[in-house]
Design a protein around this ligand. Sequence first.
Ligand code: SF4
Ligand code: SF4
Length: 473
Amino acid sequence: MSSDVFMEPDFRETLYTVDKKGRRKWVYATLAEGYFHRRRQIVAYSLIAFYLLMPWVTINGRQGIHFDFPNRKFILFGQQFWATDSYFLFLVFGMLAFSLFFFTAVAGRLWCGWACPETVFLEFVFRPIERWIEGSPAQRKRLDDGPWTAEKIRKKLLKHGLCAVISWVLASSFLAYFIGREPLLQMMSDWPHHNPVPFALTLIFMGVMAFQFGWFREQFCTVLCPYARFQSVLMDSSTLVVGYDVVRGEPRGKLRKAAETPQGDCIDCKMCVRVCPTGIDIRNGVQLECISCTQCIDACDDVMRKVDKPTGLIRYDTEDRLLGKKQLRGLLRPRPFVYGTILLVYAGIFLYAVSTRELTDFQVLRGKGIAPYIALEDGRIANQFQVRVSNKGDEAVAYTFHIEPMDSLQLIIPIVPLKIGPDEMQTVPAFVNFQRESLQAGNLKAVVTIEGSDGFTDSQEVTLLGPDAAGGE
Ligand code: SF4
Ligand code: SF4
């Protein structure tokens, strides 16, 4: 049996939220409080708590998560990464991308329905406030369609005022991820014109949230979100989706005690449509606008219980099974297998890189604008370098240096041992003196070695230059 038999003929050519004249149809979705909604609440409030708390918790003496671009360092769960560790970020983003691909191939738009900030904040923060102030969907519609009475103004002011306060909290937390919590607190206790950029960013962020959660809403998912556009290429007919059991449900019809013709389990109550935040009818089949929020499952299960029929007429299942076909393929079908394998490779490389990561970064650099060599009064040649050492560990470390070959070179660093505290970086000048006769064709290879009191050791080769290299004297 094909599901097309029961579909509205033009459902793929139209948007449910736009009328024939191209005007927006506002969605007044009813809330279905069922099994999945309760679980989504737990996930959503845990994610919100995570988002709000991570800049304020301290792990290993550091801010939980901090993207400190000016100082070129990133802190993830108390672990510090410097700009030189940027390959970790590449690995993290690779893992996130392939996790999304893998979970989409296996379980469809889990991300959209359960974890996307758009869904989490809209459905579990802003809509509950709206319901609390403006009431049921019917009451909200009456309020919106009605004239601007004192009551309407009061309710709208209260709703948007509360949402603005919440947006300000969310925007401030967002800033704390980038500028750090202490500077943020300092700025908040100061006048806005003393910190115009962070203040402007907070206002912009609040404006975006007011626009998105107050007005634009489901249109972001249905017309703007790029993930919604390409997720169909990640899925196949064996992917878990929120879908309607056509075989069991059709032919749909109002509940009758003695129906003259055979009737399916769908009693055409349209509760699944009324609860849908994107306004679609899932009985038409899998659709781009469906964000897998599971509201229609909860609504239909409730209806099924009331009419004494088995639940699961709308459920998480594969498109094949929903259409009555046999399900033969599991995780070993091409898409999940390829995405899962790449994800495992990324995760393996990441774990290896983290477990073998050095906590000291050591570089010997030629200083910009410094002469390549200096002729000393005693006839020797001197080269000047900059030694840069970053201590990414949790303890202060004392570093010493030596140079090879030792018999012909002298390394002078003004401060030895060089003590560097946790999360600190220091750059100090270094001079290498040597006899001119040591040069071969104007240069000389040398190796500078660093040793830390924590057992760290590393070496870097440098090329020493003399008069012959500069054209001869
Ligand atoms: S809620 Fe269930 S019974 Fe009611 S219209 Fe939707 S699918 Fe049919
Ligand atoms: S069809 Fe169901 S799962 Fe999809 S968006 Fe609508 S209510 Fe959510």
